[in-house]
Design a protein around this ligand. Structure first.
Ligand code: SF4
Length: 292
């Protein structure tokens, strides 16, 4: 999230974060916490970097070269976090070699996938936009309390791939299929709404129905034997209408002084390992969690 003279610029992760816990969102809204970097996210980022490199600079000859590139990327980022004093949480892979095993595993799955060849063909034909950065207007919110006035709301982010005139897709890494059940993604996922709306707004994909595809690498697949699996979601203007309602709730709640404050304690994310508010000892409800 960014707040500047043009308004509030929200990322899809801000909306997702609010749905998981309004308190986390409120603290980010007032700049009281920042998300730390995590090993699980960095594994995914290393694979993103590999794919973007192949789409932009031409393909590698062997899977070993791909794994080398992605592992080097991971190690260079860890060095950078240390140099720049960026908090890096090693929760999923406390040992570096385990993290690099997982990067190698995903790189091999990418290298052996049918989809890679299709991706390279589309990239060579200039049909793709890679790492497309967007910042598009959503609506202007008028606060209930006139002291807060009105504020333009924008959606910002970086889309992994836009297949021009066709659809948007995004790379993911995941531990198991349960994280990417198609019906759940179609019913609830926010990222497809944000990314397809942005692409449509920029004239990159047409109406009436917008297609978003997750390309998911599962850590359980044997290296080289599995393609990234496609989970498709469709979106349209009705989903954007709901998103506006949700964002209005977020903004009202962030400035509200309701007591007791709405909090969550119903997932593993509500813990010192995954929640920066909890880790900083600033969760108002952590000491009365039903987990005790
Ligand atoms: S510890 Fe739980 S309730 Fe507290 S801010 Fe984090 S997710 Fe929310």
């Amino acid at each position: 999230m960014r707040i500047d003279e043009n308004g509030i610029h929200l990322r899809q992760s801000d909306v997702d974060g609010y749905r998981k816990c309004p308190e986390q969102f409120r603290q980010k809204f007032f700049g009281e916490i920042e998300d730390p970097e995590t090993d699980a996210a960095l594994v995914g980022t290393a694979i993103h970097a590999l794919i973007e490199h192949e789409g932009t600079n031409g393909h590698f000859g062997t899977v070993a070269e791909m794994a080398d590139f992605a592992c080097n990327y991971y190690c260079e980022e860890v060095d950078r976090f240390e140099r720049e004093g960026i908090q890096f949480n090693q929760v999923k892979y406390p040992r570096l070699d385990r993290a690099l095993d997982m990067v190698t595993h995903h790189a091999a799955n990418w290298g052996g996938s049918d989809f890679r060849f299709e991706f390279l063909r589309l990239a060579a034909n200039d049909e793709l936009l890679l790492e497309w950065e967007f910042d598009v207007p959503l609506f202007t919110h008028t606060y209930n309390n006139p002291d807060h006035g009105t504020v333009p709301v924008w959606l910002c982010g970086t889309s992994d791939v836009v297949h021009k005139g066709v659809k948007v897709f995004d790379w993911k890494t995941a531990g198991n299929m349960q994280q990417y059940l198609p019906w759940e993604r179609q019913r609830w996922a926010i990222q497809p709404t944000v990314y397809t709306y942005a692409a449509w707004h920029a004239g990159l994909i047409p109406d009436p129905s917008w297609v978003f595809e997750y390309k998911v690498f599962f850590s359980g697949d044997k290296p080289g034997e599995a393609s990234p699996r496609t989970i498709g979601v469709t979106r349209g203007h009705n989903h954007v209408a709901w998103l506006k309602q949700l964002v209005a709730q977020m903004l009202e709640q962030a400035v509200s002084d309701v007591s007791p404050w709405p909090q969550r304690d119903d997932s593993a994310l509500c813990s010192d390992k995954w929640c920066p508010v909890f880790a900083a000892g600033r969760c108002k409800g952590a000491d009365i969690s039903s987990w005790d």
